[in-house]
Design a protein around this ligand. Sequence first.
Ligand code: ASP
Length: 351
Amino acid sequence: MNTTQDKASILLIYTGGTIGMTENPETGVLESFNFQHLAENVPELKKLGHHVETIQFEPPMDSSAMGPDSWMKIVRIISDNYSKFDGFVVLHGTDTMSYTASALSFMLENLSKPVILTGSQLPIGMLRTDGKENLITAIEIAAAKENGIPIVPEVCVFFENELMRGNRTCKANADNFNAFRSYNYPSLAKAGIHIKYDQSQIYRPISRKPLKPHYLLDRNIAILKLFPGISPQVVESILNIPGIKGVVMETFGSGNAPMDEWFLSMLKDAVDRGIVIVNVTQCRAGSVEMHRYETGHKLLEIGVVSGYDSTTESAVTKLMFLFGHGLTPDEVKEHMNCSLIGEITLPAALR
Ligand code: ASP
């Protein structure tokens, strides 16, 4: 194995979020940092020896305001610059980073270069910031090659020493530096003194097709989170939103839901109208197994699709992506039962 850290060209895409803030020395107010002056503000970058260019969203966005339009903007930037750079680092607010990472994983078909999302809990201009370390290691990962081939040709989230497959992550902590988790898929790398890659977990593109960027997303998706005592009015109103095409239903445990007659008949009616209902669990770890209990089985009979061990973030963006490409409900269901880019673990019988 010949792992190299030769001089690489990295494109840093600053979209916004806490990482890009610095404290105004005169007023003490947090202001957006000018990433065009990155080298001045993060002198450590020079020691890495890579060529880093920056593109910045104008104005930088809080990630709670991001969505399909900003995902398309990131995809456009990556696609327009794909041949010029060895890897891409996307600096992003932490709040919706997992949604963006999931969406990008579907939108960047045939990706063969690293796209590493990172951010920070404390602004980069603050003394105790986690931003510098996250930024520097993300650049190192985006630049890393083995025998001339990028080690991690995936959309990933790097946060607090851990490299995770982006479409497996969720923001799990609003305060701690280790804010992200990938409960259902192992880390792709751990950064300590050295960055240790787990090659067996990293996605390897089978063919060498050119990057195919996608820009079509359908927003007619909703999340229905079940809770004990949920009323017919709530369920009915979600399933009858005009134009709704897909619903991610967050169920209990291994995919269970109430068995009330009204509930099942509302779901059945929605499925019969062509709405794709995907069953994901409210548990952070583990998978939906609709054959396991009678309740899950009933949902399967009605035509609800299993989301397996998908995160809600991944299921929502996958539905947006599939419906965005004009697939019929049956085709969408079929694709929800396949792993497009490592976002779900299918039971052995379906692999
Ligand atoms: N509200 C910020 C954002 O997501 C928080 C952060 O960057 O961590 O943009």
